[in-house]
Ligand binder design. Structure first.
Ligand code: SF4
Length: 318
């Protein structure tokens, strides 16, 4: 059985678990190719105009799997921790795709809902395994192995590897962190945006090439996210927005962080709420606010990035 996984959205967070779960069950996992012009074009044609860029990109990745797999795995990721939810566009994506697109392989759409209880995630994988005809105990064992791989993935990301680099290491490929003689720059943004080198015009690669270590918001351990979130007078119920805000508080005050980049998607309602907090938290450090959409051009990014790096040079050499 060939299970297709779109290289979009929660792929950047949970692929370690998904890959091990399905391969342990004896399935072949097929990931859509890295985002490129044709995937983006297909997404733009298929998705609703008012969607944010990551939704359009996700559409393109699902379309890219059509005809190549027996199923597409597109879980309803409602909640990944107690008392918090993900963005409604992430939750609604499987329904939007099922209703808007035709000619796709059958979608596997289990509900991952940690809000409903501590075993909310495991139940989703047992359900999808049952749908594919595997015995419950075998699914449970595959899920346990997947959860262990997920823990190892988290450890690698906290060490500084990007999600794709961590996946490569989990598959036994050699990946080393590049030298960073100029210090660290924090890139605060959702990994499905900051780690997609096509939509960001290789922002992370350019920073690394300039000699900086890149710290993404997902490299923050969960305990630090919780600790920083205590600064808010009211807890935030969006898991990802809460993480971005905590990353702003954390990196905004860390001495080894030379500058902060806030990366958002045009028309993202959730990020427009957290943005002022992050701008405030990073006050005093060189700061670059980048918003991307499907019309963003490379020349604009390069000019702004160069100005930002110049600002850092002047600040820290003064
Ligand atoms: S958080 Fe923003 S960028 Fe992410 S899916 Fe929701 S609207 Fe889109």
């Amino acid at each position: 059985m060939r299970i297709g996984i779109p290289r979009a959205f929660l792929y950047y967070h949970y692929f370690a678990l998904w890959r091990v779960f399905f391969t342990d069950l004896g399935c072949e996992v097929v990931v859509s190719p890295p985002t490129g012009r044709s995937i983006l074009e297909r997404g733009l044609t298929a998705a609703e105009d008012e969607s944010c860029l990551p939704v359009k990109v996700a559409y393109g990745h699902v379309v890219a799997l059509a005809g190549k797999v027996d199923y597409v795995f597109l879980p309803y990721m409602k909640s990944v921790e107690a008392k918090r939810y993900l963005c409604p566009k992430i939750i609604g994506l499987p329904d939007m795709i099922a209703h808007n697109l035709s000619g796709l392989p059958p979608l596997l759409r289990p509900e991952v809902n940690a809000y409903a209880g501590p075993d909310g995630a495991e139940r989703a994988y047992l359900a999808v395994g049952a749908q594919l005809g595997f015995p419950r105990e075998r699914c449970r064992e595959a899920y346990r192995c997947g959860a262990a791989a997920q823990q190892e993935f988290r450890r690698l990301v906290e060490e500084g590897f990007l999600p794709e680099e961590a996946y490569a290491r989990l598959e036994g490929r050699e990946v080393a962190l590049p030298a960073a003689p100029r210090g660290a720059i924090a890139v605060i943004g959702h990994s499905y945006l900051s780690c997609d080198s096509f939509v960001t015009m290789d922002l992370v690669g350019r920073l690394r090439e300039a000699g900086y270590r890149v710290l993404i918001s997902d490299s923050l351990p969960a305990a630090e996210v919780d600790r920083q979130a205590e600064r808010l007078s009211k807890d935030m119920f969006w898991s990802f927005g809460r993480r971005l805000m905590s990353a702003g508080f954390h990196f905004g005050t860390r001495d080894d962080v030379r500058g902060v980049i806030l990366l958002t998607a045009f028309s993202c309602g959730a990020d427009s709420m957290v943005e002022p907090f992050i701008v405030h938290a990073a006050a005093g450090k060189p700061f670059l606010n980048l918003t991307v959409d499907e019309h963003s051009g490379e020349a604009g990014l390069v000019t702004r990035l160069e100005a930002f790096l110049d600002m850092i040079e002047r600040r820290w050499s003064a």
